[in-house]
Ligand binder design. Structure first.
Ligand code: AHR
Ligand code: AHR
Length: 524
């Protein structure tokens, strides 16, 4: 149902037909109107959008999630304090081992007795890799945090056989060399790794063994075939990039891949410009989606491929947004990035951006069925450690809150309110609102107030369900948009919860400046 803006404003104001232009102007500047239709599901949200990523890079793994000999670690070398924080994120999926690292990583270096594993030079990050954390340690970690493992294979300096052998090592129940090697290493049962990435950012000159689209498409198809021949139940993620690259790759790899990847990093000190980059992410999704649409039409119109040995994908390829974050403060070219080990300090503004990215993934839930924040610990990460402790960056809190409170149905949400003007992206509303509903019918309404210094009011109307007056409001805020947590002051930015008894079919609320709120409303 469509309501004209004027009619809606006048009824919402309780003044049917009397909305004077002055009232209209005042309301347009001050108040955001929100209408949520609980019966209109715009997307089914896959919880895998709350995934993460760990790479052998700086202190992400060594000194991050894994620190042998530390009094803070358990007998397997996992940092217990970090494990506790990671568990709070309830990660549905975890990507490993890179990133750029994987493009010159040979997985056999990282299995078997730890003291016999070779110490190698890592060309991606000019570092020394001890290989003491490898496939089995990663899979143990995933079991501990109850997360699906997602392994990205080396299609830079690695070959197609090496990729297939990795699948055999992890997943085969047969009596063959790599399956038996896994048994010899202490794992009689297959690990059952379902998600496998066909290389990382192979399009980029910074990648070991980078390739053009045609060459990548060939090796990805061949590796993917061998991997699915080894275990037909696995899901493959093809490496995505520009529209031209994607078109070539989808033509060749499309029939055997299940996902196409998207990566995005944004940066900049300008408060509003950075928050407006959500538009860039949205644009990237729209462009990627259009290319997929065309590739899909071509695939359906062409004669079926010859007998490939396993069923080709019957459904549309999905999008895996498998690297995303703010990253610019520790990113001044490769050397500097290596020197600073990408230990990006995040502030409250970055947490607002993170919440808006989650909104975007929820709205795009039918198409973006996996997303992985890059990364999890120390390296462009929500969790920071030292040898003696850890703290949470502001970006941790939206990830934890939305994962815990959101539902799987994204609902139609209409907003009209004041906006700021971005140089790059034009008008962007201050309030970013996204509503979901869970299986019990509970609503989670996320509201990001991007206004830098003013509280903003919203008048929210919920249609299509009766709601209880009593609910909860969670708020992530802090003293200023630049507020950060540190070892000395780990609680500058955090999340608070309070009961609220004023919900109903129509209610008004004021949202603090530069804050994220999540309203939890139950059905009556
Ligand atoms: O996440 C950091 C790096 O960013 C990854 O190694 C690479 O895939 C991307 O360029
Ligand atoms: O910082 C090195 C590389 O440069 C990153 O991995 C990539 O994203 C960037 O272009």
């Amino acid at each position: 149902m469509k309501t004209t803006r004027r009619a809606w404003i006048s009824t919402a104001a309780g003044l049917p037909g009397l909305a004077s232009s002055a009232l209209l102007r005042a309301q347009e500047t001050d108040v955001t109107r929100v209408k949520i239709d609980a019966e209109q599901v715009i997307a089914r949200v896959n919880p895998m959008i709350f995934g993460s990523f760990i790479e052998h890079l700086g202190r992400c793994i060594y000194g991050g999630i894994y620190e042998e000999g530390s009094p803070l670690s358990d007998s397997q070398g996992f940092r217990k304090d970090v494990l506790g924080a990671v568990e709070r994120l309830r990660l549905p999926i975890l990507r490993w081992p890179g990133g750029n690292f994987v493009s010159s990583y040979h997985w056999e270096d990282g299995v078997g007795p730890k003291d016999s594993r070779p110490r190698r030079f890592d060309t991606a990050w000019y570092a020394e890799e001890s290989n003491r954390f490898g496939t089995n340690e990663f899979l143990e970690y995933c079991r501990r945090i109850r997360s699906e493992p997602y392994i990205c294979v080396n299609l830079g300096t690695g070959g197609i056989q090496e990729a297939a052998n990795w699948v055999e090592y992890c997943n085969s129940a047969g009596n063959t060399y790599y399956a038996n090697l896994r048994r010899k290493h202490g794992y009689p049962e297959p690990h059952g790794v379902k998600y496998w990435g066909l290389g990382n950012e192979i399009y980029g000159i910074w990648q070991a063994g980078h390739k053009n689209a045609e060459d990548y498409a060939k090796i990805a198809l061949e590796a993917g075939k061998l991997m699915k021949w080894t275990d037909p139940s696995i899901h493959l993620i093809a490496c995505g990039a520009t529209p031209e690259w994607n078109a070539t790759v989808l033509d060749v790899v499309g029939p055997i891949a299940d996902y196409l990847s998207v990566h995005l990093y944004v940066g900049g000190d300008d408060y509003y410009e950075l928050l407006a980059t959500i538009r860039r992410a949205e644009h990237l999704l729209r462009v990627t989606d259009s290319v997929i649409e065309v590739a899909e039409a071509k695939r359906l119109a062409s004669a079926p491929a010859g007998n490939i040995g396993f069923p080709v994908r019957g459904k549309r390829i999905e999008i895996a947004f498998d690297e995303w974050n703010v990253w610019y403060r520790r990113r001044d070219g490769r050397e500097r990035a290596v020197r600073n080990k990408l230990e990006e300090p995040y502030n409250l503004r970055d947490a607002l951006w993170t919440a808006s990215m989650i909104h975007l993934f929820q709205r795009w839930g039918d198409k973006v069925t996996m997303a992985n924040l890059a990364q999890l610990v120390n390296v462009i990460a929500p969790i920071i450690t030292s040898p003696t402790g850890m703290y949470l960056q502001p970006t941790f809190f939206p990830l934890e809150l939305y994962r815990r409170e959101s539902g799987r149905q994204a609902l139609h949400t209409w907003t009209h309110g004041p906006s700021f003007t971005s140089r790059q992206f034009g008008a962007v509303e201050y309030l970013d609102v996204c509503a979901t509903r869970d299986e019990q019918g509970a609503l989670a309404i996320g509201v990001v107030n991007r206004h830098k210094d003013r509280a903003l009011r919203a008048e929210i109307q919920v249609e299509g369900m009766e709601v209880r007056r009593a609910g909860k409001i969670y708020t992530i805020d802090g003293p200023s948009p630049g507020a950060r947590n540190t070892f000395e002051n780990p609680g500058a930015v955090g999340v608070s919860a309070r009961d609220h008894a004023g919900f109903g079919p129509r209610f008004a609320l004021e949202f603090p400046p530069h804050s994220v709120s999540l309203l939890k409303i139950w059905p009556a």
